[in-house]
Design a protein around this ligand. Structure first.
Ligand SMILES: [Zn+2]
Length: 465
């Protein structure tokens, strides 16, 4: 009689994964390639294409199965030129950048500065805003209990009749902060980014009298093609049961996007490499998906969830890694499945790892499309100590470069991800999270005042709803 195969020993596999990742510099080397050899990986660039080829080759090299791309079309954006001038009380020109999905237009109007752009201010100042040019800072309104995203401020300004939008960074350093105005669609009116210093100069000019501004932009919005990059490790016991992890490949076109999100891309890849070495022992299938185009509308993940919508019911859990690897505290934001909080608390304790755990749905990274399809999901990131939750740090600026990455931090985050997937894969019996219906997801968003926000951001109805 053939000897029965011994049950896999989680502790032994865990040690193997730890030893492997902790003695590997693959994640950092991959990140150097993505940032230095490819570049921004922004949608529609040659750099994106090179990164896709590189990641496919790496997935094959690491022994993943069913490695392939999934192609789709979307509305892309290509940067042209942008000019910001004052015509009164003095003629001046200010440095600025166009924000993604800003089209081609010339607009003149009076400056209306709304500070951090609290949701209530657009109704209060409706008469001033209509037909004029709004400027807000990147800071979340201090008296608002949630973070307020750029897209919401833009959406509310447009709804109030603004004819152009200026996004003033609240951190010093002569850096403009970029970020898309709409998702997967041309913006209604032009939008520009200015540094804190430039914004301050404009505000000083306003002390001399009402400021009239002229905005001239020439950018292209057109149909483009992109690719999700997929690979998996097929489970030995119940292969149809899926754990999915992913991260977005693209940075903004003004930077190599080392933190946001070269880091998440190579962390997912490193977890794949380490888990591939123990693939014969994995009970469930773990799928690794690298998404393009997160920065301009979570487009890759939306296409992925749509293309695999019938398979989503088999997904036990999805974890998205975005903006990690810069050192600091590992954070896991569960997307509204509070029954998973004790699971991860217990997991972190067994791993002897201090994770910052919280629960709340967030519509601003790729896990959102999975959550919106009812899939239990979470967002994994790291936060430097002392940084406020709404502070981007170097993300979305030209300074999101490789030197901001801590190679040890990358290893640590890759370990956290690989171990989380390994533990979750062994936890089928006592996995308390079930899929949510659309009503429950809507309720989660409403409870955080986000349903109305999605309306202002022109994101409703959600895909496949
Ligand atoms: Zn990101």
């Amino acid at each position: 009689m053939a000897q029965e195969k011994a049950a896999p020993d989680l502790a032994a596999l865990d040690r193997a994964v730890i030893g492997d990742v902790w003695t590997s510099d693959e994640a950092y080397k991959n990140l150097v390639y993505l940032c230095d050899e490819c570049g921004s990986r922004f949608g529609g660039t040659e750099s994106e294409r090179e990164a896709v080829d590189y990641l496919l080759a790496k997935m094959n090299e690491y022994g993943l199965e069913d490695v392939h791309t999934e192609e789709f079309e979307y509305t892309g954006w290509a940067r042209g030129t942008a000019k910001l001038q004052s015509t009164s009380p003095e003629r001046r020109e200010f440095p600025c950048i166009a924000l993604p999905y800003c089209g081609a237009a010339t607009v003149e109007g009076q400056l209306v500065f709304l500070g951090s752009g609290h949701p209530d201010v657009y109704a209060e100042k409706a008469a001033e805003i209509k037909g004029n040019i709004v400027m807000v800072t990147t800071e979340s309104p201090p008296d608002l209990k949630r973070t307020m995203h750029r897209m919401e401020k833009f959406g509310r300004a447009v709804a109030a009749g603004a004819t152009a939008f200026i996004w003033m960074r609240d951190q010093p350093g002569l850096l403009e902060e970029t970020g898309s105005l709409r998702f997967n669609a041309e913006a209604d009116v032009p939008g520009l980014g200015v540094s804190k210093e430039t914004g301050a100069a404009i505000l000083r000019l306003a002390e001399k009298g009402p400021v009239k501004l002229k905005v001239t932009t020439k950018n292209k919005v057109e149909r483009m093609t992109s690719w999700n990059i997929c690979g998996e490790l097929r489970g030995q016991e119940s292969p149809r049961r899926l754990l999915i992890t992913g991260g977005h490949l693209d940075g903004h076109d003004i930077a190599p996007g080392a933190i946001d999100n070269g880091s998440g891309t190579v962390i997912v890849l490193e977890a794949a490499r380490a888990l591939a070495r123990i693939k014969a022992e994995l009970p469930h299938t773990i799928r690794f998906v690298i998404f393009p185009l997160e920065e301009i509308g979570l487009i890759g993940s939306e296409e992925y969830v749509h293309a695999h919508r019938r398979e989503m019911r088999n997904v036990q859990f999805m974890v998205n890694v975005d903006a990690a690897g810069a050192g600091g505290e590992p954070t896991l934001l569960v997307q509204g499945w509070k029954e998973l909080m004790p699971v991860f608390k217990d997991m972190a304790e067994r791993m002897k790892q201090p994770w910052r755990l919280s629960n709340g749905i967030s519509p601003y990274s790729d896990q959102f499309n999975f959550a919106a399809a009812g899939v239990p999901s979470a967002f994994m990131s790291t936060r430097q100590s002392g940084r406020k939750p709404d502070e981007r740090g170097w993300g979305h600026t030209a300074a999101d470069t490789l030197d901001k990455i801590d190679p040890r931090g990358l290893q640590m985050d890759a370990l956290n991800l690989a171990r989380l997937l390994l533990y979750a894969s062994f936890q089928e019996q006592d996995w308390p999270a079930s899929h949510k219906g659309k009503g429950e997801i809507k309720k989660l968003l409403e409870n955080q005042d986000l349903w109305e926000v999605l309306g202002f951001e022109k994101r409703l109805p959600l895909r496949d709803w």
